[in-house]
Design a binder for this molecule. Structure first.
Ligand code: HCB
Length: 219
């Protein structure tokens, strides 16, 4: 089977909620020499985008999305050990701590976990605050790391929780912490225009790009 066919198979197993098929296709991708990043970006994420669009069009409902997410997680069990070996660069000149989190009100964690894994694989020390994280917890964590090189890598998958990114920047300013951290925000609805509008430092469209952007920010 050719590379594109395997990527299409990964996509289709997500769309059809085929959990065991998705895991098997992930293994097939690795066996065919496809990198885990390519399998995710060219296969699994494409499937997730289709699932999201179908949900928006009321062609499928929440239980189906949950099954697609399970299929993605099953594939990630196979891909994560390989992902952890994907070196793009070295932790931004000296050890940088990346505080990773999903904004309050949002439990979408697939992209967040991917970004955390890839940053960790590339020399960043990860403090993973998980999902549905209140801004106060983020501020507390930054204060604990005073004097160290710190960046924030926050995710929002919903337009509602994305507003929390703006509030996070405001809170950083109020606490006098804005100049002590670099801030990268991501997630499907996040655009460069939004980043400029709220005064964050950067965004990235996928986990590999997130590593490149983070390394550049921490130079
Ligand atoms: Co969810 N959901 N969902 N969902 N969901 C979305 C996000 C919608 C866009 C679907 C739609 O309507 N088209 C929509 C949000 C609409 C909006 O706000 N405009 C939506 C909704 C509405 C909801 C609920 C409210 C549904 C309901 O209950 N009625 C509910 C919300 C619950 C809550 O959070 N409070 C809900 C629930 C769910 C689950 C639980 C069924 C499941 C999540 C499972 C989980 O994460 N454990 C789910 C899923 C899977 C999705 C879609 C289909 C896929 C998301 C995903 O995992 N993508 C999503 C549709 C979509 O996004 N197009 C849909 C794959 C990952 C790899 O991509 O974008 O997360 P990613 O991350 C990338 C990239 O953005 C970047 O790198 C990552 C890796 O490549 N990146 C960063 C991410 N974070 C970064 C941080 C950085 O610093 C830098 C880069």
């Amino acid at each position: 089977m050719g590379k594109q066919e395997i990527l299409d198979k990964l996509r289709d197993t997500i769309v059809t909620q085929n959990i065991s098929g998705c895991k098997a296709a992930a293994q097939e991708a690795l066996d065919a020499g496809i990198s885990p990043v390519e399998a995710i970006d060219g296969g699994l994420s494409v499937g997730m985008k289709i699932v999201g669009d179908k949900f928006e069009a009321a062609e499928i409902y929440l239980p189906q999305i949950m099954m697609s997410a399970k299929a993605m997680n099953a594939a990630m069990e196979v891909l994560t050990p390989e992902l952890e070996k994907q070196k793009i660069g070295e932790g931004g000149g000296g050890i940088t701590t990346a505080i990773t989190f999903v904004q309050e009100g949002d439990i979408h964690d697939i992209g967040h976990r991917l970004v955390s894994t890839m940053l960790g694989a590339n020399g960043f020390k990860i403090v993973d605050l998980g999902v549905d994280v209140p801004i106060d917890s983020i501020m507390d964590e930054i204060k604990k790391l005073k004097g160290q090189k710190v960046m924030l890598a926050g995710s929002s998958l919903m337009t509602t929780s994305m507003l929390g990114q703006k509030d996070t920047i405001e809170a950083l300013k109020e606490e006098g912490l804005r100049d002590s951290v670099k801030v990268m925000f991501g997630g499907a609805p996040v655009t460069q225009k939004w980043i400029d509008e709220i005064g964050a430092d950067a965004t990235a469209g996928n986990a590999a790009e997130a590593v490149r952007v983070a390394l550049e920010l921490m130079k």
